[in-house]
Design a binder for this molecule. Structure first.
Ligand code: ADP
Length: 215
């Protein structure tokens, strides 16, 4: 199962990416995490991208594409969930070419829908906990504007290819996770129409607790 996640900042790509990866036992490749890790480790790449991240601007395509290609090459090719790329039409096309080359184009483009007010609220709440340098109000507004300008339009392209799945992600994280896995299990049955791969039950026992709920 090859999944791309496309959603505005704060919609829950990271959180749900982990849930999808665990359920399908596939690697989670998050471009933002990989870039922040380079910055934290002070690598050459980290020094190159630091300013872009702090300003909420997109880092150059060749940097992210090389990074993602390497991450994909390091997997065992049984699937992936990628979050953070594509962010532009050019990246979408480039990622498709990489997928064709590696025999692993996306099976589903998963779009998480959340309204702007809620996105800003979530990002500001996160900033007080995680202290990400780009979670200040001004930079959040810039990231959101950029999302609508260059990222949101590519959803139509995935829609035309027939692989777009949109999920209402306004609700609590565990409910959103449940809905995503239900939708992806349906896709998986179509993708792996192979009796050797029987449908996995959607076991979400404890997911609410994993997200901090006590009921
Ligand atoms: P968010 O979706 O909340 O903005 P991410 O962790 O996905 O957070 O990305 C953080 C930052 O990393 C972006 O603002 C951008 O600077 C950089 N980045 C991540 N993915 C890409 C990409 N595909 N192309 C260009 N820049 C990227």
């Amino acid at each position: 199962m090859n999944v791309l996640m496309i959603a505005p900042p704060g919609a829950g790509k990271g959180t749900q990416g982990v849930v999808i990866a665990a359920h399908f036992d596939i690697p989670h490749i998050a471009t933002g995490d990989l870039l922040r890790d380079h910055v934290a480790r002070g690598t050459d790449l980290g020094r190159q991208v630091r300013d872009y991240l702090d300003r909420g601007e997109l880092v150059p395509d060749e940097v992210v594409l090389t990074m993602v290609r390497e991450a994909l090459e390091a997997t065992d090719r049984r699937g992936y969930v990628i979050d953070g790329i594509p962010r532009t039409m050019d990246q979408a096309r480039a990622l498709y070419d990489i997928g064709v080359e590696m025999g692993s184009t996306a099976d589903v483009a998963l779009h998480l829908e959340v309204d702007d007010e809620e996105l800003v609220r979530r990002l500001l709440a996160r900033s007080s906990k995680e202290g990400r340098s780009d979670d200040t109000e001004g930079v959040i507004r810039r990231r959101l504007a950029l999302y609508y300008e260059v990222t949101h339009p590519i959803l139509e392209w995935y829609g035309e290819r027939g692989i777009l799945v949109s999920i209402d992600a306004m609700r609590p994280a565990d409910q959103v996770g449940r809905q995503i896995l239900t939708a992806l299990e349906v896709v998986r049955q179509m993708v792996d129409g192979d009796p050797e791969h029987p449908r996995r039950p959607i076991d979400l026992t404890g997911l609410g607790r994993a997200f901090g709920r006590t009921d």
